[in-house]
Design a protein around this ligand. Sequence first.
Ligand code: PBG
Ligand code: ZN
Length: 320
Amino acid sequence: MKRFRRLRSSEQIRRLVRETRLNKSDLIYPIFIEEGENIKTPVESMPGIFRYSIDRLDEILTQVNGSGIGGVLVFGIPDHKDETGSGAYDENGIMQRAVRYIKKNYPQILIIADVCLCEYTSHGHCGVVRNGEILNDETLPLLAKMAVSLAESGADIIAPSDMMDGRIAYIRKALDEKNFVNIPILSYSAKFASGYYSPFRDAADSAPSFGDRKTYQMDYANGREAMREIEEDIAEGADMIMVKPALAYLDLVRQARERFELPLVVYNVSGEYAMVKAAAKMGWIDEKKIVLENLTAMKRAGADIIITYHALDVCGRLDE
Ligand code: PBG
Ligand code: ZN
């Protein structure tokens, strides 16, 4: 008889033989920053998550600063939206000012800047719209402008989440031309058109006003295509790759881990967070247990880095 239980007999032994470890430095915490003053608005569908104005950002940044987590992912909510999302690449836009603020006051915090137009466009799509169509090539220069302006503001990593074709090469070239050769690109490579983003769209006020994102984000039925997306992003110059969402896509995290050598990121998205919070609030699950189990599963599947709204809640219970 095999005695598997031998290595499970005490917490000390279990700890010693544990195959997967979750570290604080693996975690990235998303932050929503809104135009205006004295704002800390709870996001209804994401308990514990708030939208902050810059003048109240310290409340969350001081927590991040002492936490040991890997960094923050910054999203902006402008007060003005238009057809071409001009607030996204305005040097005094909400993101640009927020990034400058964080860089100046918290130089130790790693800042990842989400690059996408949907929070800034009046129609809520991630690209330029003409006659109801989301245009690819016309969107690329705007994404590049946004990326450059965020690098100029002090972003440490540029993370395009739009899913336009060819954006990584386009953005890389634009960054290089402005001498940002050392600013890495974290590509949302395999980003699926998912029902799991709806709490985020409440938080970021970025729901599309017509149609959906299925002509640019991936069909969740397609795994092989996800590998082709990642392969192409690497060929175009991505430094880090992502699978998003996380939990329903761990098969693809595993495949990506086996096929590609780059740092692999998963995004534990808003709907995944909301489900855990809702069930915990009902008293139907133990949040603390479930969160560690979920995050550990993401790492076991092969992720190196996890973007998660749980980051600050769990980091007190993790190793360096
Ligand atoms: C913007 C963006 C989205 C998310 C990250 N960047 C929403 C979307 O594509 O509609 C989702 C994150 C989450 O649900 O937590 N393109
Ligand atoms: Zn978008």
